[in-house]
Design a protein around this ligand. Structure first.
Ligand code: G3P
Ligand code: CA
Length: 242
């Protein structure tokens, strides 16, 4: 029998297995068969670095605010298992167009350099639809839209807005990314009625993965991609968000 379909997005690579947002974590997500990978991005000294927190303590051997460090110093740090904090370019090269990439803009001034990076990869032959740019900072997403209206946008939210997914439609987003903590049927139906995909973060437990399928969401971010992949087919494998 055909398995039901729920898109699997490897969260910070496959952070349930290897240090988050590192090249080994990305590689692991790909090895597990994740068709999509998500990473977090900051702009430090004009360099796009792949990192989640605004501080260094939790995931490196250093302390302090990320934005107060130089790029060269950040590259000397251990981001887990002796690995460097990767650049977004290194992550793209690791993915090598084999999976879809969701770039989450974490810090300020990330929109323009990310648009430029995407343009460079498109020049190298990648499809623009390989990329999905998301953020909790919807003004940063609007900047992406103004710079390149064809880049797909994902609007991240923590709680549920009073007008459900209307804000994401107004933004011209491709998808809306609600939290597992708040998602409900009304929101999913409203988003679908507006033509938006619904990708829920972060869904790790099998009962929650099954519940997301029952709600009819389109995909989930998971630290353990294999749990989604084992139980749900991914539809037609592609390196495009479609
Ligand atoms: O993009 C989905 C999810 O990663 C958003 O939350 O805090 O894990 O970046 P966070
Ligand atoms: Ca993220």
């Amino acid at each position: 029998m055909q398995k039901p379909c729920l898109l699997c997005i490897g969260h910070r690579g496959a952070m349930g297995h290897l240090p988050e947002n590192t090249l080994s974590s990305i590689r692991k997500a790909l090895e597990l068969g994740a068709p999509c990978v998500e990473v977090d991005v900051y702009n430090v000294d004009g360099h796009l670095v792949v990192f989640h927190d605004d501080r260094l303590e939790r995931t490196t051997n250093a302390a302090g605010y990320l934005a107060e460090q130089s790029f060269d110093y950040l590259r000397t740090l251990d981001a887990g298992d002796g690995q460097r904090i990767p650049t977004l370019e290194e992550v793209c090269d690791e993915i090598d167009s084999k999976a879809c990439l969701n770039i989450e803009l974490k810090g300020p001034d990330t929109a323009a350099p990310v648009v430029e990076l995407i343009a460079n990869y498109v020049k190298k032959g990648w499809c623009k639809e390989t990329f999905l740019v998301s953020s909790f900072d919807h003004r940063e997403l609007l900047t992406v839209k103004h710079l390149d209206r064809d880049i797909k946008l994902g609007a991240l939210i923590r709680g549920l807005p009073v007008n459900d997914a209307k804000f994401a439609q107004d933004l011209g987003a491709f998808s809306v990314h609600p939290s597992l903590d708040f998602i409900d049927q009304r929101f999913v139906d409203d988003a679908h009625g507006r033509g938006l995909k619904v990708y829920v973060y972060v869904v790790n437990q099998m009962e929650d993965i099954n519940m997301m399928y029952a709600l009819g969401v389109d995909g989930v971010f998971s630290n353990f991609p294999e749990r989604v992949l084992e139980n749900y087919s991914q539809g037609k494998r592609t390196n495009r968000w479609i």
